[in-house]
Design a protein. Sequence first.
Lengths: 209, 537
Amino acid sequence: MAVEETNSDNQKDAGDMPTNTQRPNHAKTVGKLVFVVVAMFGFGFALVPLYEVFCELTGINGKTSDTAAVYEPIEIDKTRTITVDFITRTNTGMPWEFKAVTKRVEINPGELSEVAFYVRNPASRDIIAQAIPSVSPGQAALYVNKTECFCFRHQPLKSGEEAVMPMVFYIDPQLPEDINYFTLQYTLYDITERVDEPVDVAMNSIQGR
Amino acid sequence: MATVTNTPADTHTADHGHDDHHHGAPKGILRWVLTTNHKDIGTLYLWFAFIMFLVGGAMAMVIRAELFQPGLQIVDPNFFNQMTTVHGLIMVFGAVMPAFTGLANWLVPMMIGAPDMALPRMNNWSFWILPFAFLILLSSLFLEGGGPNFGWTFYAPLSTTYSGDSTALFVFSVHIMGISSIMGAINVIVTILNMRAPGMTLMKMPMFVWTWLITAFLLIAVMPVLAAAVTMVLTDKFFGTSFFDAAGGGDPVMFQHIFWFFGHPEVYIMILPAFGIISQIVPTFSRKKLFGYASMVYATASIALLSFIVWAHHMFTTGMPVGAEMFFMFATMLISVPTGVKVFNWVATMWRGSLTFEIPMMFAIAFIVLFTIGGLSGLMLAITPVDFQYHDTYFVVAHFHYVLVTGAVFSIMAAVYYWLPKWTGKMFDVTLAKWHFWCSLISVNVLFFPMHFVGLAGMPRRIPDYALQFADFNKWISIGGFAFGLSQLIFLVLIVKACRKQGEPVTDQVWEGAEGLEWEIPSPAPYHTFDTPPVVK
Ligand code: HEM
Ligand SMILES: [Cu+2]
């Protein structure tokens, strides 16, 4: 739009002010500047995938991978013991009870460990939940490998139902030397309105074990 | 600095056909609606900015009235939050930025010897969409549920999950403001790059033109990013995307990264033209050339470049890795080096000059001293571990009001006093101006200096109530606030008198030491100037 306008301005000016001899092509300059504007608008959105890739590579936002890892028997590093705390919280407006059954584990890097979380839906409606993990300090997130996690899937619970949800993970022995203690926190979000799945199939990961 | 050989005494050329060229401005209200004249548009911008300054100021009075005493007495907390939010938005996008654009419109063509801005009709548009943007924003305050209440920084999820429906209006108005400033910036760049008078090389341009050129590049680089950020907020809130919503795989911290990628260059958009203004005024009243012209240009450019790599100093407490915190801390500290270069250059310009203290110079000197205080508190905030304590306290409020009020706003006032006689042809009321200066200077420090103390003592920002131990300081802060607000009414009276052309006629040069093309045309500046370009040696 601006470019067209310049053209007309130019023509007008050229006819209008013959005295001003050197009138360079405004349209060309405007064209370049409009290109910068459009590119920067695009860049604003491009920051989203850039941010995601950057965080996935560095793990600095504390998110663990959202796909299951495969456990290949690796050497267990008996010389180090890592303490992992489990914390739970529910987002505002999410009525579920949500507790870590295992509050803390002390494990060696490379060792497979299974922990459990308890949920109950005390509300009078069926709710689908999504759990979002967050590791602190964030750098540790890259070294938490989960072979099984309730956070990989939506978790539906009918009104009044309860369940115990398992999570199996091991710590990569590459975990930096200075980290021997970290926290893994799960936040439960109510996503019933976002997804259209009916809450009647008991999902296989939610079973009393 | 630049000398003109064939100054056109009568800048009207005889041989062209437009009537208005001969007889100056057309009459009536349509003159202002349809005008494509850079001087008219400059005037419109400046009046608009001043009205917004008074509206935003009225909101600040509400804030200070509520904080006069601890406890909740005048407004309810939600309305208080709307006041802090809209006050910030209006002052940034409605007062400071349009005022600088208005000055650019008036001055850039006159300073480089161009007849007008390069794209006059776009110029008209970029002004006239602004009032609508602010009408939309202000009207949202009267809707059910109220206006935006999430702070001028509109952090997600406050602006997405927890905001009211008026967020749509907020987003729309920010889009319009952004389009307006982008069009304004494009116009400034094209004018400066393409329309300089013969002989006006880049390194002969007055500092105000240089700083505005660089500012305009910052604007076209970051205003689109702001537009992207508000668009994502809009779709997150109304169309089910989850850019910033963790439940859907997004990340609220990412909002802050995107916002501050815009936000930090934005604060330099609000201060670089101020540097330009001070660099015009100080040499005039020191009767010396600006010390270190080239270093000023390079300092401005390096500030602009560095401003892209420091944004996360607003986010030290979000839990960044230590390495990143160190990087942003040192990059931020690095910016104060070119900033310091500027302050030293101004002082060196004054050193051994034959100083006189006319009103613009008084504002300029106040700027130098008080802006430096703001720069020093910024340096304190740049130290990561220290910022953990100061972040989100009144110390930050003190910092940015020193750089923005006694910095940007004082520079705008200095500019108005400096060029007003050129615009109207009459000297303004100097007695009133002295009252305005001294009342503003004293009250602004009563207003903002104690904020450092309450901030260091831990008083959080953006709250309608506070702990009892802060009561005494806050009483003084509020008194300073009311006094500063009232002082601006003196300015209003002075400007109205000046626009009615009251006062002694001035010479073309106006100020004894003033140099540059704008001081070689008649006072008041004719409706059309430099239809024949001057030749600059
Ligand atoms: C020496 C130069 C400067 C340094 C080192 C500096 C540093 C900082 C830092 C570290 C913060 C973040 C504080 C916090 O939130 O905890 C901050 C905030 C801020 N600064 Fe500066 N600053 C400088 C100059 C400026 C200038 C020139 C301006 C504007 C003209 C400015 C405007 C602001 C604003 C508006 C905020 C607060 C934004 C908000 O959270 O609402 N600063 N500054
Ligand atoms: Cu900043």
